[in-house]
Design a protein around this ligand. Structure first.
Ligand SMILES: *Cc1c(COP(=O)(O)O)cnc(C)c1O
Length: 387
């Protein structure tokens, strides 16, 4: 089966990991700060805080921005559940904004309309989490403008988007947000096996996230309630977690980061091949906003169901049956049983998310996907869609 996504591990990656395994520090050593600095430099952002996953990074990002009981976080329903779960971890509630029919990102007009309504009933969100679906940035300037107008904070869920650009600057520069979060899960653009990173230009947020990632414990006398008792001394000043990335993971991340631009270029080229090879079929290809350069984590097509005789499910099953490991990103989060139990509004409120779910399919796309494999995917799609 050709998977929809796969990591590439080189000998340089393996050597980098072995070097750390043979060093004094497997964790809490020098490699994590090196990886953080390298990501900050790449993104053009001041601070980076490495974590054991993007899920952890989203959680502490919400806490650092003060999200708690009685607050509301808004995000896109077409995302991985982690984009919404972070609010529930903090005792806050979640609401969703319908997606844009072209980019499948959170719709800015829908956001503006929902904000106007929410203001009337005094239920504005504290945080909005735009998700850069497939690696294509949301319209951050417009979201930033609404954030100024309505006074909410912005966390970019850029789990798909490291290496992508918005208005010619790297995703993660936080010019239009408070915090940006990346994932380094193996299916994403670069990997640390498990891992994530939160980046920000605000020193207070970076300090708070670093504190919460490691038990809420500090060794900095400036933060203590009194002078240290001695050289052994530390204080716990908040309830934190163990969300630390290891140095072994950071070594892999650093090595992978050196190939990030190459990976995105390859993903763009493979996406361009699909675009051309699938152009004549009754499917909608991924539309790209001129302000964006996508990292192309995912290549998502939509079937034009009114023009074909087979169902979405039949096409999906036919592709899997001939060895094409297609997937569906994503099932609308509000439809998950856990969210339904929370009394979250369902399908009727999100017509675009529903339409998307009824016809979307994710095709295989990753750096080592060969031309022959892509041809196999194209033939399988043609055969299943025209059946
Ligand atoms: C993968 C992903 C996450 C979670 O990342 P982990 O590093 O696996 O915790 C969050 N949001 C989105 C949009 C993702 O795709």
């Amino acid at each position: 089966m050709i998977p929809y996504g796969r990591q590439e591990i080189t000998q340089a990656d393996i050597d980098a990991v072995i070097a750390v395994l043979q060093s004094d520090f497997l964790t809490q050593g020098p490699t994590v700060p090196q990886f953080e600095q390298a990501i900050a430099d790449y993104c053009g952002v001041r601070h980076a805080v490495a974590m054991n996953s993007a899920t952890s990074a989203l959680h502490v990002a919400c806490l650092a921005l003060g999200l708690g009981a009685g607050d509301v976080l808004w995000t896109s329903p077409i995302s991985f559940v982690a984009s919404a779960n972070c609010a529930l971890y903090c005792g806050a509630s979640v609401d969703f904004v319908d997606i844009d029919p072209l980019t499948y990102n959170l719709s800015v007009p829908a956001l503006a309309e929902k904000l106007a309504q929410a203001e009337k009933v005094g239920r504005l969100p504290k945080i909005v989490v735009p998700v850069h679906l497939c690696g294509q940035s949301c319209d951050m300037a417009a979201i930033h403008q609404l954030a100024q107008q309505y006074g909410f904070k912005v966390i970019e869920d850029a789990s798909h988007a490291i290496g992508g650009r918005y208005r010619d600057l790297p995703v993660g520069n936080c010019a239009y947000s408070d915090i940006t979060v990346f994932s380094f899960h193996p299916v994403k653009i670069i990997t640390t096996a498990e891992g994530g990173m939160a980046v920000t230009n605000q020193p207070a947020l970076a300090e708070r996230m670093a504190l919460l990632r490691s038990h809420g414990i500090t060794r900095d006398p400036a933060w203590m309630t009194h002078e240290p008792d001695g050289p052994w001394y530390y204080q716990q000043i908040a309830l934190g977690f163990n969300y630390r990335m290891t140095d072994v993971q950071a070594a892999l991340g650093l090595s992978q980061l050196s190939r990030l631009d190459e990976y995105v270029t390859e993903r763009q080229a493979k996406a361009a091949y699909y675009n051309q090879a699938l152009a004549e079929l009754p499917i909608v290809l991924p539309w790209q906003h001129p302000d964006t350069y996508s990292a192309f984590h995912l290549y998502v097509i939509r079937l034009q169901l009114d023009q074909i005789r087979v169902s979405h499910r039949q096409v999906f099953e036919a592709l899997r049956a001939c060895g094409v490991g297609v997937n569906l990103h994503y099932i609308p989060i509000y439809s998950q049983p856990y969210y339904q139990q929370q009394g979250i509004a369902g399908a009727a409120d999100y017509p675009q998310a529903e339409l998307f779910y009824q016809c979307a399919i994710t095709l295989p796309l990753y750096p080592n996907l060969s031309r022959e494999q892509q041809e196999q995917v194209v033939v399988a799609i043609r055969d299943s869609v025209l059946a």
